[in-house]
Design a binder for this molecule. Structure first.
Ligand code: PEP
Ligand code: MG
Length: 581
């Protein structure tokens, strides 16, 4: 008789709500594997044959990926066709390298990495970005060579729902899970505001992060239950836990269905104060998820995904087409497009010549754009052109000083003048707003409000920089406190500065979607929330159940308190949670 495997429980960071059960699929990165180089000469042809089988596996997988994404009419499907063609191009060189007497894995590492490094050095930014595709192909081949499923999500479809268990996922790996049979995701790394976490939330897959060593504990195929709302991971759940998992899953689904039915109701308090709910998006396709939940437009379009999803930076015309299609999908709703926010947690298309000691404090975001003016200007050209076609607002990330705002606007004016000279239709003066995500910007919000058309508070970074807590590091996640009195003062100051200058202020950080903070934010004066679409219904439900007077009183009470613990305890006591939150 088989001895039953013991049930194991872990707690992590609740990132994306809901309950999911499935068989574990361990997703491993192989880019840092150092393969043994030497190969005895007699094994050469066998090794070449192994390589050819791996290439075939990788090709099959790319074809499956392409097929499933093409069904979604997703532009990113095209990239996988290009990857398959590149695989074929590499095959002769890889085979001849093996015949020189090295292992297949070593050949892949040396040949592919050398090719990627060569292309990365090319001056043309559009071409140099292709190095990421080559690295991707190398990883895929190595996974195939090591006998793993070359692409975890593709394998999922045949064997029923799977739970992806990984050390980490890149945002582009996460996006490939769209429409797959993935019941849940558990990661060892990452906090709840990492870019990967943001993507997983938008895919509405239950997810827990920060579960250290899990990939060493779980074996492939084991049953796992994830409660993404509570941050719980149960390996080999017993009968009682399985029952609870199913019951919870059904409860979440019923709640979501009821909340969705309320999408047509106005977002207003009992005493009639209107709030604007917008959505955060990464792809044009995401617009529909927001509209279905009653979003009035897009408050944050993260354009870095133009690069991350397609393996290269699209040119001006391609960007224009993407922005235009997003605008059209919105049918008159506002579209707030953020200029490139590359660096730190968002993979950059042009890697720095030397690794930076502190990327989050380095050449990221607008600083990157100032250093790489060609892609920045190209994006601005596309933005000014699409701005002539509807309610398009341009948002600058990571503004730390008025000089940066002025410099960005000056570049925009030059771009507008060029378009004018060429007779290209464009809007020279679209609204230009800034993200408040550096404490310096929050503290000087009154000065910035004189020259910005709107503010959007990015709490993911604002908390990171205010509290010196890396948003990517699960070890310091408990210190990432939206309820910290310092943050409350920064929020209050920013909102008051915007009100005084009569410019709109919204919040697009993840804090806006955490319902225990909704009343507080409303009480602080926030009237616009830009949210991951899945969180819109619960924020609306909460707003519709309260009055402005109680929100103001609660905010005033919070502002008098001296610790994050006290503030959080007060909010938890006063706010009835709505599902995961
Ligand atoms: C933020 O920092 O809060 C934000 C919305 O931007 P991102 O998460 O893309 O850095
Ligand atoms: Mg940010």
């Amino acid at each position: 008789m088989d001895s039953p495997t013991a049930m194991l429980e872990f707690n992590g960071i609740p990132v994306s709500g809901g309950s999911g059960v499935g068989r574990a699929l361990i997703y491993e990165e192989t880019h840092d594997v150092r393969a043994a180089a030497a190969l005895p000469p007699r094994d050469v042809e066998e090794e070449v044959a192994t390589l050819e089988r791996a290439v075939q596996l990788a090709r099959n997988d790319l074809a499956a990926l392409h097929e499933s994404l093409a069904a979604n009419k997703d532009a990113i499907a095209q990239i996988f066709t290009a990857h398959a063609a590149m695989l074929d191009d590499f095959l002769p060189l890889l085979s001849s390298t093996i015949r020189d007497g090295v292992s297949a894995e070593h050949a892949v590492q040396t040949v592919i990495h050398a090719a990627a490094a060569r292309i990365a050095r090319v001056k043309d930014p559009l071409l140099s970005q292709r190095s990421k595709d080559i690295v991707d192909i190398g990883r895929r081949l190595n996974r195939a060579l090591r006998g793993m499923m070359p692409e975890a999500p593709a394998a999922a479809r045949e064997d029923g729902p799977v739970v992806i268990v990984a050390r980490d996922l890149s945002p582009s790996e996460a996006v490939q899970l769209r429409g797959r049979n993935v019941a849940a995701i558990v990661l060892e790394q990452g906090g709840h505001t990492s870019h990967t976490a943001v993507i997983i939330k938008s895919l509405e897959i239950p997810c827990v992060t920060g579960v250290r060593e899990l990939t060493n504990v779980v074996t492939p195929g084991q049953m796992i239950w994830i409660d993404g709302s509570e941050g719980r991971v149960v390996v080999e759940p017993d009968a009682a836990s399985m029952e609870r998992a199913v019951e919870l899953g059904q409860r979440y689904e019923r709640l979501e269905a009821r909340l969705l039915e309320e999408s047509g109701l106005p977002a207003e308090t009992i005493d009639g104060h209107r709030v604007i709910l917008l959505s955060n998006i990464e792809y044009p396709l995401d617009v529909e998820a927001g509209i279905a939940r009653g979003a009035e437009g897009v408050g944050l379009y993260r354009t870095e995904f133009l690069y991350e999803s397609e393996g290269g930076l699209p040119d001006e015309e391609e960007q224009l087409a993407t922005y235009r299609s997003t605008l059209e999908r919105l049918k008159g709703g506002r579209l707030t497009i953020r200029t490139f926010d590359f660096g730190a947690d968002k993979e950059s298309p042009i890697a720095p010549d030397e690794p930076e000691p502190n990327p989050a404090l380095g050449v990221r975001s607008l600083r990157w754009c100032f250093e790489h003016q060609e892609p920045f200007r190209m994006q601005l050209r596309a933005l000014l052109r699409v701005a002539a076609e509807g309610d398009v607002r341009i948002m600058l990330p990571m503004i730390g000083s008025i000089e940066e705002l002025r410099r960005a606007k000056a570049i925009m004016a030059e771009v507008a003048a060029e378009l004018e000279a060429k007779g290209v239709r464009h809007e020279p003066h679209p609204p230009v707003g800034i993200m408040i995500e550096i404490p310096a910007a929050a503290v000087t919000a009154d000065l910035l409000a004189r020259e910005a058309d709107f503010f959007s508070i990015g709490t993911n970074d604002l908390i990171q920089y205010d509290l010196a807590v890396d948003r990517m590091n699960p070890r310091v996640e408990p210190l990432f406190r939206p309820s910290h009195p310092s943050l409350l003062r920064l929020l209050q100051g920013t909102i008051q500065a915007a009100e005084a200058a009569r410019i709109p202020v919204s919040m697009c950080g993840e804090m806006g979607g955490l319902t225990i903070y909704t009343i507080l934010l409303l009480g602080l004066g926030l009237r616009e929330f830009s949210l991951t679409p899945g969180y819109i219904p619960r924020v609306r439900r909460l707003l519709r159940g309260l009055t402005m007077l109680e929100a103001r009183r609660l905010a005033a009470e919070c502002l008098r308190m001296s610790s994050a613990d006290e503030i959080e305890a007060l909010l938890r006591a006063r706010v009835t949670p709505i599902g995961a939150g």
